[in-house]
Design a protein around this ligand. Structure first.
Ligand SMILES: [Zn+2]
Length: 392
């Protein structure tokens, strides 16, 4: 049976919406999961292996946490490139603002979740000198632009419910926590995503609007403490956002919403006056066994041909290096990708989310080298008429 909510959504998808198209090739880069701790480097990896985990089955078993060197390497690669206005590519960096506080959780017998804000550092057992400073350096150099991902990536009520139920899942959580690892999502998808609890009935999976509003308010405060600025763009963990999420974002000053890949859809405003962007190029060499630079170039050019920005998705795992060196290969491929596009398109522009918002609103955006003007073409489209197509 189709729920009333779904029918309403289908009706909305038929209505024409104003989409924005451009007469120059525009490129944006959106990157998730910065600040989120995973497997605690080689030491945590060995501890979990000796505890019976068959680690190594999927790339996210090798997901650790960026180091200051990873960030410096990424920054150096981006700084080697320029667009037609003289500007560097800039990575929209979506932050997770807290990790589980293992010191506090262990002190009370692993009975509940305590969180450690990112601004206070990393949880017990983690060593990451200079990382927070390295984020700030990349931001001040204009190669990173910080945006909101969440306070946690997992749905806190889902994890707490399973923890209190004291079954196998609670044991799994405690084993990981004792090894300094918050979770490995593919091994336990029941933890959900921050605003989305997967084991609730379908219509109740998203947290209530009031909880989301409160949570997003706290996340924005944590973001401001870490980076001394306010976020203007946001991406929900797992891309699980609903109308309540967008409403809460709007109330907290967000004016760009990042959506996941899957559909080539023009930038457009929603009813909260938030500019919605959808990712159209999947640059994920660490997790995509079929990855090729040529295919990414083709995906980008398909967007340019349609008058749409190429919005590149590249998760933080691609730059990690402590258990498996994903970083070296990613940086080589990224260099190749940017070089190919720059040489083929002499009018290429690198923007971040906020710039695209300014361009749509005002017809120009500011860079350190001055303002860049562009033609914005407004054309109606209907979401229902766009066919679903994987971009990779
Ligand atoms: Zn994420």
């Amino acid at each position: 049976m189709i729920s009333a909510r779904k029918l309403w959504q289908r009706g909305c998808d038929l209505l024409p919406v104003a989409g924005f198209y451009f007469d120059r090739p525009l490129m944006l880069f959106q990157s998730d999961d910065w600040g989120r701790a995973g497997v605690r480097d080689q030491e945590g990896w060995d501890e979990l292996r000796s505890g019976g985990f068959a680690l190594g089955e999927r790339p996210y078993d090798f997901y650790t946490l960026e180091t200051a060197d990873d960030l410096a390497g990424l920054g150096a690669t981006l700084k080697r490139h320029r667009d037609s206005s003289g500007r560097r590519p800039c990575l929209e960096m979506n932050f997770i603002l807290a990790n589980p506080d293992f010191a506090k959780m262990s002190a009370d017998g692993w009975r509940q979740i305590h969180l450690l804000p990112l601004v206070e550092g990393f949880p017990l057992g983690w060593v990451r000198p200079g990382v927070i400073e390295a984020y700030r350096v990349g931001i001040s150099e204009g190669v990173f632009n910080p945006a909101l991902h969440g306070t946690t990536h997992f749905c806190r009520p889902a994890v707490e419910r399973n923890l209190y139920a004291k079954g196998e899942r609670a044991d799994l959580l405690r084993t990981l926590w004792q090894a300094g690892t918050p979770y490995i999502h593919w091994r336990m998808p029941w933890i959900g995503y921050e605003y989305w609890d997967p084991e609730k009935p379908e219509d109740e999976r998203f947290l209530p609007a009031k909880s989301q509003l409160e949570l997003i308010g706290q996340t924005v405060v944590a973001f401001a403490k870490l980076l001394s600025t306010l976020p203007h763009s946001a991406c929900a963990p797992g891309y699980r956002a609903n109308d309540a999420t967008h409403g809460a974002w709007a109330q907290h000053g967000i004016h760009v919403a990042q959506n996941g890949p899957g559909r080539i859809i023009p930038p457009h405003f929603d009813r909260h006056n938030i500019l919605n962007l959808s990712r159209t190029v999947e640059f994920e060499p660490a997790t995509d066994p079929k990855f090729s630079v040529e295919s990414c170039v083709r995906q980008a050019e398909r967007c340019f041909e349609k008058g749409l920005p190429a919005i590149v998705s590249v998760h933080s795992i691609n730059f990690h290096s402590t258990v498996r060196d994903f970083r070296s290969r990613t940086l080589e491929l990224l260099d190749e990708f940017l070089t190919a596009l720059e040489s083929k398109h002499d009018d290429l522009l690198y923007l971040h989310d906020e710039d695209l918002h300014d361009l749509v609103r005002n017809g120009f955006y500011q860079t350190p080298h001055g303002s860049v003007h562009g033609n914005v073409i407004r054309k109606n489209f209907s979401k229902a008429r766009l066919s679903w197509q994987r971009t990779a």
